[in-house]
Design a protein around this ligand. Structure first.
Ligand SMILES: [Zn+2]
Ligand SMILES: [Zn+2]
Length: 241
């Protein structure tokens, strides 16, 4: 049966759009794209280049999704902007998987693999991509060091202990707790951040409370001049009323 409008896959046309947008848009003949690294999947059908020496961050993720998706104890991910990558070959040989909805639709964030050998290529987020540096053909130890891992995430889900002295977060960094053999300096820094956050929250609470009170008593104070117990700040708040 010849294909008609009715039995055409409606997603086909929409799926063409991704080829024109980063990270999938191809820089023809490398136009203006400085090649710093080259990488490929296991079968070589998918090849890409990177134009930055260092990732924005490099981490090990021990979450159970990464363990299952990579068939490995943990994931090594390096974060780049979507504009930093150029698929020099076979970018149409890609497939997607959205672990949230367990679908193969191209819906962000999702996993991106070679559709032939199924090597994981990257995780595509809304603004960033998380590459897997094991695909990069490093030409020296120095190049590899540019991807040195700064921390471990979801370390509570680990299947192996890694006593490397690097910060270890129970979940996503910053939103979770530092655990295990995290370095003292990182622990101190985190305690400081936590205390500052608490102080900031308390201050905000106090300000809101104060504003509430002020709104109730302002009509009584209209005759007095500017300052209240909070000095300048209180005056500023008042003058905006
Ligand atoms: Zn492949
Ligand atoms: Zn993970």
């Amino acid at each position: 049966m010849a294909p008609t409008k009715e039995n055409e896959d409606p997603s086909t046309n929409a799926n063409e759009e991704w080829k024109k947008k980063a990270p999938y848009s191809i820089h023809e003949d490398g136009a203006g794209f400085k090649v710093v690294y080259e990488a490929n999947c296991h079968c070589g059908r998918v090849r890409y280049q990177l134009n930055k020496e260092k990732p924005l961050a490099s981490k090990f993720c021990h979450c159970t999704t990464c363990q299952t998706q990579h068939g490995a104890p943990f994931q090594w991910a390096a974060i780049f902007h979507k504009e930093d990558i150029n698929f020099s070959h076979g970018h149409h040989n890609l497939e997607w998987y959205d672990p949230g909805e367990k679908s193969i639709a191209h819906k962000l964030p999702c996993k991106v693999r070679c559709s032939f050998c199924h090597s994981p290529i990257m995780d595509e987020g809304r603004n960033m991509i998380l590459l897997f540096p094991t695909l990069i053909n490093f030409k020296s130890e120095a190049e590899k060091r540019n991807f040195e891992v700064e921390m471990h995430m979801f370390y509570t889900h680990r299947v192996v202990d890694i006593p490397d002295g690097k910060p270890k977060w129970s979940g996503l960094s910053d939103d979770s707790d530092l655990i295990e053999d995290s370095p003292e300096s990182a622990k101190k820094e985190w305690e400081k951040k936590k205390a500052e956050k608490k102080k900031e929250e308390k201050k905000k609470e106090k300000e809101e409370e104060h504003q509430d009170k002020k709104q109730k008593t302002d009509h009584k104070q209209n005759g007095e001049n500017g300052k209240n117990e909070d000095g300048e700040k209180g005056y500023e708040l008042r003058s905006k009323d």
